[in-house]
Design a protein around this ligand. Sequence first.
Ligand code: PMP
Length: 393
Amino acid sequence: MSTATLSRLGSKADFPGLAGGWHYLDSAATAQKPQGVIDACTAALGRDYATVHRGVYARSADMTLAFEAAREKVAALIGGQPQELVFTRGATEAINLLAYSYPHKGRVLLSTLEHHSNIVPWQLAGWQVDVCPLTADGRIDLDAAEAMLTTEHTMVAFAHVSNVLGSILDVPRAVELAHKVGAKILLDGCQAVARVPVDVAALGCDFYAFSAHKLYGPTGIGALWGRSDLLDAMPPWQGGGAMIDRVTFERTTFAPAPQRFEAGTPAIVEAIGFGAAADYVRGLGLTAIHAHEAALVAQLRAELARRNDITLFGPADSAGIVSFAMDGVHPHDLGTILDDGGVAIRAGHHCAQPLMDHLGVAATARASFGLYSDESDVAALLAGIERTRRIFG
Ligand code: PMP
């Protein structure tokens, strides 16, 4: 990896959460926040604070403009239009919204590598769930998907990037297969949106779900992007203020999308932080971020592949995420020993128990990079693995 690539990306110094030389390798769980995002949230919660959409006074009007500008910034990051972007509590709520509110409930095709939040909502909302298997190197097997899809499928819902394996979906092919049988396609973009360039218009998908906190923004907010014609045809799923047109006891009519899906006072401060995060990431460029993380993945995988006590999961071209197992060492023990050395990884099932079953393991160790990660983090992880081996003998 060239230092030129590194210096173009966000410096660790921009991220107060990384102070003290912490080697944070859990960005797939949640990303650290740049100072600019923290500042935007602080101003929105302090100096600029007021409600949105209802106030007749200037501060509220200004806040409404800032809130709607955030929607524009987030939509622009994924190549969408603001009226197509519904703010939700996160990717989980976005997928629940779609699973409950999509008017043509039928069969949904998921895959073995999905996060629980792209499995359980479909089950709870009463969909018939089919499961597409994986290829040997841990990608969604689109040949199998083609063979499985029928006109009974009204939805395909696949992770754009796997949170465990880092595998990147061949989106154009997945879209084509879904549309060939008349199904719509949701991409769970939770990991992808911070790691690979996303352009929903060019990709041709129908829905896209993601969370701000994995995109260097705050917790408590995310988005469901959907094609306007599809969102307009969906009924509201939660009632309350802000989502109506006219309320009487006899009959209530609803606001157009996206407001129809945003009942109640929104997460104003978080939305503004989300917008700041989207701007920050756009400023660095997802092509550069992807290249930066790919170089770190290649470096780490090459080092781990040299060890005969390590099993690597997932494809070599994974996006910023490396899952592995160490012979004779439970991932939780590895995680604890690494933590003693100032290295944070994730150890567990990563909310993907069906994938763990498929891999034949109860848990994996997962190192995941962010735009602030560098070779020093890889070196610290490798040193910690070496120390663990000495402890376990
Ligand atoms: N999908 C994927 C692929 C994820 O990685 C995550 C978070 N780990 C989610 C969905 C759920 O996101 P959230 O908890 O922010 O709603």
